[in-house]
Structure formats: C-alpha cells, structure tokens
Design a binder for this molecule. Sequence first.
Ligand SMILES: [Fe+2]
Length: 160
Amino acid sequence: MKLAQKGSCDKLDRKSFPENNYDCPFRKADEILDEFKDENLSAIIVDFHAEATSEKNGLAQYLDGRVSAVLGTHTHVGTDDWQVLPAGTAYVTDIGMVGAKDSILGVDKKGILKTFLTQIPEVHEIPEEGICTVNAIYLEINPKTHEAVKIKKIKEEIKI
Ligand SMILES: [Fe+2]
C-alpha cells in the first residue's frame, strides 16, 4: 500500500497536538523507502518517535510488509500490544523507557509535581540511584525476507 499523496496528512498530528509542525510521517516514510529501494538491507527498523498512539498504529499498518519493524517511542510508558502484523512487520506502540521507577517519566517527581501545581517550569533532575526500570524489545528478523519472525517485550528492574 502506498497512498500518501501531498497534502493528504499534513494536518494529521496537528489535530491532537497543534504545537507540532513537521513533515507528514507517512509521505516521509515513502520517500525514505524509495531512496533506499536499491540497497541490499537485511532489515529496516523504523523508530516512530511520536505521541499519538493512533498515528503509531497507522504508520505500522501503512508500512506492514515494507519494513521489518515499526517501534514506537517517546511516551516513556511501554504498551502491551507487541505483535507481528499480517504482512510481516513487527510492531509495538511504545517500547517504554529506561529510567528511574520512582519518578515521573524518569524525572525526579518533586520538580515535576511542583510544575504541575504552579505552572512554573522546574529544572528536570534525573535520579542517579534507586530502582531502574528497563524496557526493551527483542526482535528476530529473517535477513533474506526482511520479515519479522518474533517480537517480544523485555521488562526488568535493576538497582543502581
Ligand atoms: Fe520524546
């Protein structure tokens, strides 16, 4: 499937997040894949750094069978929807973070809470010790077909 035409998704993310102003990710993906179409790549992994879960899912469905994996990032919160899509693309809406467990998205919670309560921005302090949550994705890809064979969530906690 390759349907993204100029203008078709320029305002897609701006409906939910009007402060964003960047290229349409669907058209950009088409451009990049076209640019590398003659390369002998054993895998193509897309890190889709975005907020809206629907857009991440939409891009994965759009690229299913054309890339090995679409892995969402940015929210810091891992999702439990990892899967191999029908045409062979591995997908997860968000991998999740590697960061302090006793925090708000990996940042010291006192400063973030103060910002929420006062609307005055605080410096983000990153905890340097304590329990660290490690979120990751394990992928197996067939290098001959570029298709994903397996996707699995990894979630561990370690003490630093
Ligand atoms: Fe981000």
